[in-house]
Design a protein around this ligand. Structure first.
Ligand code: C2E
Ligand code: MG
Ligand code: MG
Length: 689
């Protein structure tokens, strides 16, 4: 019952009990004190007085005897008269003491003694009177005899009896005093016992109350600590009433709301709200939670050209497409593997235990499943995906490295229009020395460390140099001449190419304008990268530079790689059309490395096609390369495109190209890239021969 009481009730009850105990102790003490006081008063008022009265009676009797003895020896009458007066006053005082003693209420036994003394006193008074009368009548001699015979005996008895009465009364007083002492000691003991009992009861009450309050409060504190450390499945004790019950109920509510809020926060932090897949954070955590010795594959999967789908059909369709892809991936990979959406249209898969072959087999199934047309709003969307696969532990140990490596493989897959690439087959990202180069690029441009080299293009039919390609180099103050492949890809990744290209274009246009003015008829080519083609100000920049330099537009050629046309093809095509409209020439660079077909090239406003070095190298001895180059040459003739063979290094290759009617050759067999002055004198000499 005590447990079910509120703390308030318990405290009130406990203090009430304690107060009652204190009041009881005080009341008993007071009552005992009153009793003791009454007894003391009784002793002071009666016993002492009685003893005193008995003593007085004795003293008066003695005094009377002394006066009588004096009287018996006093012969002179007037002397005796004085003694009579003294005797009278003693008798009167003695009589008063006797009657006073008689008045005090006493026990029957003592009353008997007093009556006896009173009788004796009476008899003694009579004898005394008779002795006095004898003195006056017969003289002191016969009176003395009378005294000796009669009075003296009674006097002795009186003195003796009053003395014993006095002693008796003294004894009575003494015994009362003893009783008083006993009563006081008993009262003291009682009060001590009561105080001790009050103390014990108080202590017990305090202990019970403290226990009744502290125990539930302590368990509430433990519970609060458990909640704070994230254990929400613990039972909160039920059935407590009062304040503790309210506290526990509040804790339970707090626990439930924290748990639900935390679940919500965890969901927000770990789950992609669109697809309900784990997000990047969760994926990274799951990856890092595996045992260090595990092996497996980390795959990045990306929808090709998702942005145009999103833009053309709207974000709602885009979202549903992302969900459909998620469902399809999940349908193939099973529960042992993890699928997450990292961002936008990029998914990540964790395939524990997978090796190169099993990862390839599974990913081919995933790709086939995702490729099947997705019906959305009555439309059937055909999508393609690219995947990059990093294997652990060989490609990296941590998620950052593996995601980066898988990203590089994915980028390679996209570039090569392949569906699947392994990180192992693609070199890692920038090395520390390349990273420091990236940081230095901006300053290098300001300090004028970039230079342009020109590589001639030989027109095979006329055996004249009719064109040249401008190729950038970095003349680094400490690292020497750095070739473009060591910094251009990073300039493209970081966006710094947007600063480099205008500088190259200005340089090339200025140089070409100058040699044109000097009478040299050589078309200058400059390279454009993917980002340049997306840059809105590109066309105006080129037009302005041409106008400022006075270079006829048809003396400038811009080289574009196929992959540059694949990203945002609409914008790229628009810019190509605008550039073509300016009157300058356009060239497809590195032809054959991508997947664009000649039919596709036909739709572009290009004038030239550069066959990649990979097909030109050993073309004279490699039938496969020869077949590709030959068919390309034939088709380009049909389409009216001039063909440049890149990277011819041997006289045999050059001869083969000449026989097969290639238009132009750019390669070491003709000349290596060279600085402008060298190039100009070289061309002059070459064309003159
Ligand atoms: P690219 O546009 O395909 O340029 C041709 C590359 O082939 C040049 O390499 C050239 O030196 C090299 N080459 C020419 N003939 C031969 C040969 O017979 N044998 C061999 N082994 N190589 C030959 P380079 O100068 O190292 O440039 C590499 C790439 O860097 C270029 O390939 C181009 O994509 C890029 N690049 C160079 N300059 C620029 C630039 O100013 N802007 C942009 N965006 N990219 C540039
Ligand atoms: Mg080029
Ligand atoms: Mg090339």
């Amino acid at each position: 019952m005590f447990k079910t009481m509120s703390i308030r009730t318990r405290l009130i009850l406990a203090f009430s009990v304690l107060l009652s105990l204190l009041v009881a102790v005080a009341a008993v003490s007071l009552q005992r004190l009153d009793n003791l006081t009454a007894t003391t008063q009784n002793i002071v008022n009666f016993q002492a007085r009685r003893a005193l009265l008995a003593q007085r009676i004795n003293q008066h009797a003695q005094a009377e005897a002394i006066i009588l003895l004096n009287l018996l020896q006093t012969t002179a009458r007037d002397e005796r008269v004085k003694l009579y007066a003294a005797l009278d006053s003693e008798i009167a005082a003695s009589g008063k003491a006797v009657s006073d003693l008689d008045m005090t209420m006493l026990s029957a036994q003592v009353q008997g003694e007093i009556d006896h003394v009173s009788d004796l006193r009476q008899r003694y008074s009579v004898l005394l009177q008779e002795t006095v009368e004898l003195i006056e009548i017969e003289g002191t001699a016969s009176a003395r005899i009378y005294f000796e015979d009669r009075t003296h005996k009674v006097l002795n008895t009186l003195l003796f009896d009053t003395k014993s009465l006095e002693e008796h009364l003294q004894q009575m007083m003494q015994s009362e005093l003893e009783q008083l002492k006993l009563a006081a000691a008993r009262a003291r003991q009682l009060v001590i016992w009561l105080a001790v009992a009050a103390l014990v009861i108080g202590a017990l009450l305090a202990w019970f109350i403290a226990r009744g309050i502290v125990m539930p409060v302590r368990s509430a504190v433990t519970l609060a600590r458990d909640i704070a450390s994230g254990h929400y499945d613990l039972d909160v004790p039920q059935g407590q009433r009062g304040e503790i019950g309210a506290l526990l109920r509040a804790l339970r509510t707090m626990r439930d709301s924290i748990a639900s809020r935390e679940a919500k926060i965890l969901r927000l932090a770990y789950v992609d709200p669109l697809t309900n897949l784990p997000n990047r954070t969760r994926f990274t955590e799951l990856f890092e939670a595996r045992t260090a010795t595990d092996s497996g594959a980390l795959v990045l999967l990306d929808i090709n050209r998702f942005a145009p789908i999103n833009n053309a059909l709207g974000h709602a369709v885009g979202d549903r497409l992302l969900c459909a892809v998620a469902t399809r991936i999940l349908g193939v990979v099973g529960s042992d593997n993890t699928v997450a959406r990292l961002w936008a249209d990029q998914y990540a898969l964790l395939l524990p235990g997978a090796d190169r072959d099993s990862a390839t087999a599974l990913m081919r199934q995933v790709i086939d499943a995702v490729r099947a047309p997705v019906p959305i709003d009555g439309q059937r969307l055909d999508i393609e995906v690219s995947t990059g696969i990093a294997l652990y532990p060989q490609d990296g140990q941590n998620s950052t490295t593996l995601l980066r490596r898988a990203g590089l493989a994915l980028a390679a897959a996209k570039r090569r229009h392949e569906v699947l690439e392994f990180a192992t087959d693609w070199p890692d990202g920038p090395s520390p020395s390349q990273l420091s180069l990236i940081g230095e690029m901006r300053e290098a441009l300001q300090r004028g460390e970039f230079v342009i080299y020109y590589q001639p293009k030989l027109h095979l039919a006329t055996h004249k140099i009719t064109a040249t390609e401008a190729l950038i180099r970095w003349r680094h103050p400490s690292k020497g001449m750095i070739p473009p492949m060591q910094f251009i890809p990073f300039a493209e990744q970081t966006g710094f190419i947007r600063d480099i290209t205008p500088w190259v274009l200005r340089q090339v246009i200025t140089d070409a304008a100058q040699w044109t003015r000097d009478g040299l008829v050589v078309i200058a080519s400059a390279n454009l990268s993917t980002l340049d083609l997306r840059c809105r100000g590109l066309v105006q920049d080129v037009a302005r530079m041409l106008a400022e330099s006075g270079l006829p537009p048809d003396r400038l050629c811009l080289e574009i790689t196929e992959s540059a046309l694949m990203d945002q093809p609409d914008l790229a095509l628009q810019h190509l059309n605008d550039l073509s409209a300016l009157g300058l020439k356009l060239s497809i660079d590195d032809y054959g490395t991508g997947q664009s077909s000649l039919a596709y090239v036909k739709t572009l406003p290009v004038n030239e096609l550069k066959i990649d070095r990979a097909f030109v190298t050993a073309v004279d001895v490699t039938p496969k390369n020869a077949a590709i180059v030959r068919s390309t040459l034939l088709l380009c003739q049909e389409l009216g495109l001039s063909v440049v063979a890149e990277g011819a290094e041997t006289a045999e290759e050059l001869a083969w190209l000449t026989v097969n009617h290639c238009d132009l050759v750019q390669g070491y067999v003709v000349a290596k890239p060279m600085p402008l002055p060298e190039f100009l004198s070289w061309v002059e000499k070459f064309n003159a021969s």
